[in-house]
Design a protein around this ligand. Structure first.
Ligand code: SAM
Length: 448
């Protein structure tokens, strides 16, 4: 998993209608925020996450947000041409996970555009650059600066902005979002990740103990030494011991342990808090990843409960799911400007091209249990993912090239009735879309 959250939020910055004045005010406030200085020192001493450029020769780290297929589908509704250049900003790019993933995917798929890595950590930059160099990526730009300086910077506009595990560390996350919005192109969108409280049970207790034992004013290396010693004596009742939703403090090296337990500022957002934060800056959530996790109907399959849940707004339902499951350590969302038109991709359209993520249709079909369910775990939570019997015939036809019309025709050629095909395709697509596995590809239009 890429990234994390903690302490109470600082009071909101006041904004000015004048961009230059706003920028100056932000700069002045940053300089007086010693917590932010400690945060900057942390990521200089322990660039996050721990990565070794040599590993790029062996594997590509793929995740969410900012997978090219997710951007195409969740932000652009599968309607933005793959031939249009995509200019992406990875704000607080760290050691390069999203930058490398997206730039590599765009290179492999021959998608035009650029990925701009931006972060204020020079240590993180040299690792991220090393990774991009191993892959010989030619579509990455590098900006070493604060994301709070974006307004008036001349950078952008960007069609897509990733900000993963960064906003919750800022003195004022809303100000950070406004800075990002200032460089978001019309019709563009963002992929964000912030910490969520319930799945991080134990983290904030440990942060408090360590803040007292090793204050942020000490050298990062001294603080880390204290944390390592404490971890050796963690009482058996400490909730962190029972929490299996992340392992950064165990397997993430110095950077992981520091980021989780010694971070000078991180805070977690519940579903309603994140929704309110985004609404306060004029953003609307178009997808909580994975959608099925945010739908409590999947956890409460009783008609009476279902009726109550169906009467709720999607955000209320998502809040129920979060509190009920108790295992969400982060929230990942895709969002667009609140006033932008709602994009409703149509998986039934003949021209739509369905695409599976990180799995081919044949493999997925053969992974189905005899009862038609797909075994999937979400941080220890098993949810029923039931596909129609015809899914075993449909899935091998999904190759990211065939259109829905072609899949229909192939199935009809095998003697299947149109009604049965329609029903099975809709159910297959909807079920797998809700686990973020089956999406619609960006159309390849000839723009000449
Ligand atoms: C936890 S790391 C996340 C890195 C990366 N986004 C990922 O998910 O792997 C947080 C990153 O945010 C960066 N950061 C924090 N405040 C920043 C700011 N004001 N401007 C730019 N980068 C910032 C840090 O330097 C650090 O690299």
């Amino acid at each position: 998993m890429r990234n994390k959250r903690g302490a109470p939020m600082a009071p909101s910055r006041r904004t000015s209608g004048n961009l230059a004045a706003t920028r100056q005010a932000v700069y002045a406030e940053d300089m007086t925020d010693s917590t932010d200085e400690h945060l900057a020192s942390q990521y200089e001493a322990y660039p996050y996450p721990k990565r070794d450029p040599r590993e790029e020769a062996k594997r590509l780290i793929v995740g969410t947000p900012s997978h090219i297929r997710e951007i195409d589908y969740w932000i652009f509704g599968g309607a933005r041409s793959a031939s249009l250049p995509l200019n992406a900003l990875i704000a607080g790019g760290g050691t390069g996970d999203a930058t490398v993933m997206l730039a590599q995917q765009m290179t492999t798929l021959k998608r035009p555009g650029t990925v701009t890595w931006l972060d204020r950590s020079s240590a993180a930059r040299s690792i991220a650059q090393g990774r991009a160099a191993v892959r010989k990526l030619e579509n990455v730009l590098w900006e070493e600066r604060s994301l709070l300086d974006l307004p008036g910077s001349g950078l952008g506009p960007f069609d897509y902005i990733d900000c993963c595990g960064v906003l919750h560390h800022l003195p004022d996350p809303a100000e950070g979002l406004r800075a990002l919005l200032s460089v978001l192109a019309p019709g563009g969108g963002m992929g964000l990740m912030v910490y969520a409280p319930h799945g991080r049970t134990g983290v904030y207790m440990m942060q408090e103990a360590l803040r007292r034992l090793a204050p942020a004013t000490e050298q990062p290396s001294q603080r880390l030494d204290v944390a390592r010693r404490v971890m050796r004596h963690l009482p058996e009742t400490q909730w962190l011991r029972a929490n299996r939703h992340f392992d950064d403090h165990i397997n993430g090296g110095d950077a992981g342990l520091y980021d989780l337990l010694l971070n000078p500022r991180d805070r977690a957002y519940t579903v309603p808090e994140l929704d309110a934060l985004l609404a306060s800056v004029g953003l609307r959530i178009v997808c909580w990843v994975e959608p099925v996790r945010y739908d409590p109907i999947a956890m409460l399959p009783e008609p009476k409960l279902r009726a109550r849940l169906e009467a709720m707004s999607p955000t209320e339902r998502a809040a129920v799911a979060e509190a009920l499951a108790g295992n969400m350590a982060v929230h990942i969302v895709y969002c667009v400007r609140a006033n932008d038109p709602v994009r409703s991709p149509d998986p039934m359209a003949d021209a739509a091209v369905p695409v599976l993520r990180e799995v081919d249709g044949q493999t997925l079909a053969s992974g189905l249990r005899p009862d038609g369910t797909l075994p999937v775990m979400f941080d220890g939570l098993r949810l029923p993912i039931a596909l129609p019997p015809l899914a075993t015939a449909i899935l091998p036809l999904v190759d990211g090239v065939r259109s829905v019309g072609e899949i229909r025709a192939t199935l009809a050629g095998r003697g299947l009735k149109p009604d049965a095909i329609e029903k099975a395709w809709r159910a297959t697509f909807t079920t797998l879309e809700r686990i973020n596995r089956l999406l619609l590809a960006a159309p390849r239009l000839n723009l000449d």
